[in-house]
Write a protein that binds this ligand. Sequence first.
Ligand code: BGC
Length: 806
Amino acid sequence: MKKKKIFFLKIVVAFIVLILIASICSFWYVNKTFISFEDGYDNRTDILELTIDGYTFLDRNNNNKLDIYEDDREVIADRVLDVLSQMTLQEKIHLLKGTGMASTIGMTKPDGIPGAVGAIVPTPRLGIPTVHLSDGPAGLRIEPSRENDNKTYYCTAFPIATLLASSWNEALVYEVGNAMGKEAKAYGIDVILGPAANIHRHPLCGRNFEYFSEDPLLSGFMGASIVNGIQSNGIGTSVKHFVANNQETNRVLNDVIVSDRAMHEIYLKGFEHIVKRSQPWTIMSSYNKINGVYTSESEWLLTDILRNKWGFKGLVMTDWYGGRSPTSQISAGNDLLEPGTNRQWKALTKAANNGELSMDAIDKSVKRILGLVFKTKKMQNYRFNNSPDLKKHATITRNSAAEGMVLLKNEKSLPFTNKKNIALLGITSYEFIAGGTGSGDVNEAYTISLEEGFLNAGFRINKTAKQIVESHRKVNPNGFIRPQGLDAIFTPFSPPEISYSTDQINDIVATSDVGVLTLGRNSGEGGDRLEKDDFLLTKTEQEMIVKFSEAFHKRNKKIIVVLNIGGVIETASWKHLPDAILLAWQGGQEGGNSVVDILSGKITPSGKLPMTFPVNLSDHDSHKNFPKNPKMITIEGLVKNLIFPPSETPKAEKVKDEDYTFYDEDVFVGYRHFDTKDVAVSFPFGFGLSYTDFDYSPMKLEIENDTINILLHIKNIGAFPGKEVVQFYTEKLNSTINRPSQELKSFTKTKLLKSGENDEISVKIPIKELSYWNETINDWSIEEGEYTIKVGGSSRDIRQAIRVSL
Ligand code: BGC
């Protein structure tokens, strides 16, 4: 018996020892492969200044001479060539991949930036510094606190990209970009990983909030404005995810099966506008494949189209761990592998040594990377102060958020005419959502809830409604714990909704002047949304709307619904119930103040929809080919996939909408489908109400060489000051090809017009923008004949149309 026990004990001890050894080995492997493998390549901080012939410079390679690359007076191209000529092959290859994950998980070197998710490696022998990359589209995402440091490093949570696009205001979006760039500069970040410019192909893509629109022109113009704003500070951008990354389900393996025409007219077009209008420092290739080829390994995309056709001058980096073959990536023109692994380093070294990776490809990519490094503040030895003007940026985010909120309905209820007792209903009124989750999140210092917004503006908050929320919190303590740290990345915070009893409803209505009911939605990277209980309202939400609307109306009082959401939801079945609906989107950290600025009439709403709100999801032509059973990525799953990259599913076992997705709707995305097929929608593309009305003067049109010049006047004929978004669509009459019935070709927003004031609108549409992608000749073609040029307040509110012959 004793022997048996000892034997058993020995087995247990051996097992524990084995597990310990396996754990140590795994940790060592993970650390040396993904986290920290940069031994000997530390950023140099000891570079000395030298003065020769009255010129002071940093003697980066310590040779007591002024090299061309050390001379700030020389042009960057020459400096790059000089340093390239001094680099060893090993140093060049080293530069092609990032430094690993250490700083993402807070394990930074002393001069690192915790939370900055990537870096361009330094070349210490030549004194080339580390360059820091950080998310993302709604503001910087760095760790707000640091070990042994009392200072905080909060960043401003600006409105989500969808809201910015809803402003249709390029100058305003530039200003937001400018503020983001200033924050990056203050925190030592050199490149912001954004904006994200994928098309809203289907309402349920989990990352739509990071993206602008279902329309490539609006998407491209907004993207370019933000890039120009950020880059005006000498801070780079990485426009992502290039391209056709329109679902999160199986995003690293998904193969997009799409026509060349849809690629050019819809998915590439927005990026083309951005490249041509703003020349971003970098582009981030996406995870997915296109017609069988990973975007990061596609020479057609990254070299033929992006560089040769569009004239892109910057570098291309991968999405994090995107693609499979480092050699194919560099050869295709994907210059930088982020965040970088030791595996990639070894694979590139091997490929360079055996000739699989050409010296020419290596040099091209290294030159592009160095070109960026030389433009950064790091190379100019700029001393960042970690003190951005967060106060000023709070005002910028507040105003920009208000300008992108869309008034969907208003039956003589808004703005509020006096300071009322407001019944705030629904949990989201008290737990306002600033933005989505994942890499598009921001670590902001605070988020102004709707409750705080009303209080700040001097309104009274109904106590009965508030007490119900307090008790609800007490009985559901776990539902209100916000996910923290890594967990927060893939877990949207969604506290349980309140189920109001009839007595509670009656009490609230009796003691308040007006009801404001907020519906919230939160989603993000790593998962698509569901139809049930997400696109469609939950049963509790439906009941809230029905019962509160009935109760308020019985007492002749109004009820307003506020939508604090990141993506489209169903509205057709219930929109007749409340008196007003404000689509507040996710308005950043000042969201509650921005909503109250609109409800109180301080700001007249002027946002318009950058996508269609359909009646049913299935009305979208893309719905037949979009994942219906999405699964959310987990951190464990992510780590597993990193260590053991999932292998390709055998052809016969591939699952539709997961392993591959057919883009059968072709160019008929969003309103291009709804308007062509005349499908009823809940709210059309470009729609949004104001507190005032606008008159459109007769449009004057003139064709000059290759441009259509349009001129008209917009007059504010209502009682409130306001701005109008003016949209220009074109239609080819009697087209011989299957074209959308109309497409947005230009837009503008008036200045703030006082009652009775006029604004002159003048836009130019290049005729070549009316062409379609002709697959027979593999190029753009312009159809000759009759077109109509339309102007309107939405895709379904066309005020005038003029025929032209081209
Ligand atoms: C996302 C990118 C992001 C990167 C770094 C990836 O998972 O797709 O948008 O920039 O992570 O956080």
